[in-house]
Design a protein around this ligand. Structure first.
Ligand code: GUN
Length: 285
């Protein structure tokens, strides 16, 4: 048997189409949704991500303003820019691309962004709201994972969901969202004993370790849904995820490819958060 391929490109295109309709409505109400994108330094992966985010804004009809700062930018200079964007009423969302150069404390920068403009959902206020189940921004990659599972026809309620990885950006917040969807959640990490055995009990596996072959075919129950958040290079230099795709696809019920799975969804959900921000700041429904 070969698994259903969960097409993140297709599903993200649908979400962006829905967002374009929404953006048009917001504009009719006299507001031009606007995202400020800040990139510090010239990390090539970050440049690609930032360009994709700006492109998606353009396609959907969101204005984007771009700040590309030198790699030697000081923390004080970046904090000054964040303060300026916080104060700018025409800017609804602020995205500072991570990672930042080592002279800048990322936590300080995240704290400095106005929580109402925090479209990444990184600010502790928004993380707290996510945990208590309040409304507001959803973390982009985790929310994208939920959409992939649901829109490809799978249920989360009552399912055993095993997450591998406990990062603030993916592992922890995706656990919250899966729990809100009434999944039974287990979070595994580098110190977990018998990872393979835990995974074999999963109906849904989410792998976010950044390690090639974290999930191999012997760890997957027949018919399980496998979501691969990894973005790695194998020995041949080829882009690949955390999952041994070629073998796991013969066992799983559904699987996301890398690239073309979770990646495009992160951007689609960022776009949605920009619209949420624009509406919130202008009391629009
Ligand atoms: N770096 C890698 N992923 C992300 C993301 O989703 N947002 C930001 N701001 N930086 C990142």
């Amino acid at each position: 048997m070969t698994a259903q391929l969960i097409d993140g490109k297709l599903i993200s295109a649908q979400i962006k189409q829905e967002a374009a309709v929404e953006a048009a409505k917001i504009k009719e109400a006299g507001v031009i949704p606007c995202l400020a994108v800040v990139l510090v330094g010239n990390d090539s992966a970050s440049q690609v991500y930032v360009n994709n985010k700006k492109k998606a804004c353009e396609v959907v009809g969101i204005r984007s303003v771009s700040y590309e700062l030198d790699g030697g930018t000081t923390e004080e200079e970046l904090l000054r820019l964040v303060a300026q964007l916080n104060a700018d009423e025409a800017v609804h969302g602020i995205l500072v691309q991570m990672p930042l150069p080592k002279q800048i404390n990322e936590e300080k920068v995240i704290l400095a962004i106005d929580a109402k403009k925090d479209v990444d959902c990184f600010h502790p206020m928004n993380v707290g709201l996510l945990h208590t189940g309040g409304k507001g921004f959803l973390p982009c990659t985790p929310a994208g994972i939920i959409e992939l599972i649901k829109r490809s026809g799978h249920t989360i309620q009552g399912q055993n969901c095993v997450i591998i990885g406990r990062s603030n950006i993916v592992g922890k917040p995706v656990a919250m969202l899966l729990m809100q969807e009434n999944g039974t959640v287990t979070i595994c990490h580098s110190k977990t004993r018998n990872l393979a055995e835990v995974c074999r009990g999963a109906d849904i596996i989410v792998s976010a370790t950044g390690k090639v072959n974290t999930v191999t075919a012997d760890m997957v129950k027949a018919g399980a849904v496998v979501i691969d958040v990894g973005m790695n290079r194998n020995e041949a230099g080829k882009l690949c995820g955390d999952v041994d795709f070629e073998h796991v696809k013969e066992i799983a019920g559904a699987i996301t490819p890398v690239p073309g799975g979770v990646g495009p969804m992160t951007i689609a959900m960022l776009i949605k958060n920009c619209l949420v921000a624009a509406k919130m700041q202008n009391n629009l429904k």
